[in-house]
Design a protein around this ligand. Sequence first.
Ligand code: GLV
Ligand code: GLV
Length: 325
Amino acid sequence: MTKPFVYVCRQLPDAAHKMLEEHFECEVWGKDEAVPRALLLEKAAKADGILSLLTDKVNEELLAVAKNLKIVANYAVGFDNIDVPACTRHKVMATNTPGVLTDTTADLAWTLLMCAGRRIVESERFTKSGQWKTWGPLLLAGQDIHHATLGLVGLGRIGAAVARRAKGFDMKVVYFDPYRNEQAEQELGVEYMPLDDVLKVADFISVHVPLMDSTRNLIAARELGIMKKTAVLVNTSRGGIVNEPDLYHALKDGAIFAAGLDVFAQEPTPLDNPLLTLDNCTCVPHIASASVQTRTRMGTLAAENVIAALTGKKPPTLLNPEVLG
Ligand code: GLV
Ligand code: GLV
C-alpha cells in the first residue's frame, strides 16, 4: 500500500520531520522563502496532507485542485492564511498550534513593552555610535513600567499570559475582548472595560486578538488619538490590526510615546516603511514564538495533527470538527 503523501512547506526542527517520515512519504520545500504559488498548487493536487506556514495561503483556489487533501496543519496559532469555512466545505481538516507558544509569545510581547518603554534599542545605538558624552538627568528617559496600567486588547491565552507577567511589575491590568471572560477576570485580577476606555486609561497597550474582518484596522487614527501621549503600544498579533500610516503619524507627532511591533501589514515589511525610520518604534521580524524549544514543539504538534488526521483519528487541535461529523 502506498503511503499518504505529505507536503511540508518549509524545513522545520528535525523532530517534526522524523515523526512525519515514520508514517508518510514527505516532501519538504527546502528554501528559506515561501513556496512559490504554482508549486504549492502542483503539490496540493497530489497531497493527502499539507503542513503550511502563515506565508502559505490555503484558499478556494488551492482546495479546488487538492482532490486528495484531508488535512492542512498550520505551523502557527494564527490561521488568517487559511480559509477555514472553505476547508470545511471541501471536507479538509484544518489545525493550528495553540497553547504551545503562549508563554514564548507573551515573553516577546513583554520584551517589546520593556524595550519600547525604556528606549532600549535607541539607547544601544546611542552607546555604540559614540553619542554618549555624559550622564544626563533626562538622557534617554522612558516611561515607568512598574505600577503603570496595562491595557490588553484581547484576553485569550496569550493576553492572559501577558497579564500574569504584569503582576510581577505591580501593574494594574484592564482589558477589552469581544467576549468578556469573567472567570479569567477573577483568576487574573483584571478589569473589563469597553475598548475606548482601555485605550484612554492604559499606559501600555498590548494587542492579542486574531486578525479577522472585525479586527482589521481596530487600532487606527481615532483609537491612537484617545491614547495617552505617554502611551506605549505593543503588537505581537497581526499587522493588519494596527493601521501603519496612522501609527506612523501618531509616533512622529508625539500623539503616543512609543511602539513595539513584531508584525506588519506586509511581511517582510518593505524597507521604505516610514515606521522603520522612527527611533520610538522598535521593530522585530515576526519572532514572537521564536525560541528553539517552542518552534520545535509547534512542529511536533503540527506533525501530531497530520498523523492523527491521516490515521483516522481526531487531530488534537482541530479548528473545524464539523468535518468529522
Ligand atoms: C505566529 O504568528 C502564529 O500565529 O503562531
Ligand atoms: C492564542 O493562543 C490566544 O488565545 O491568544
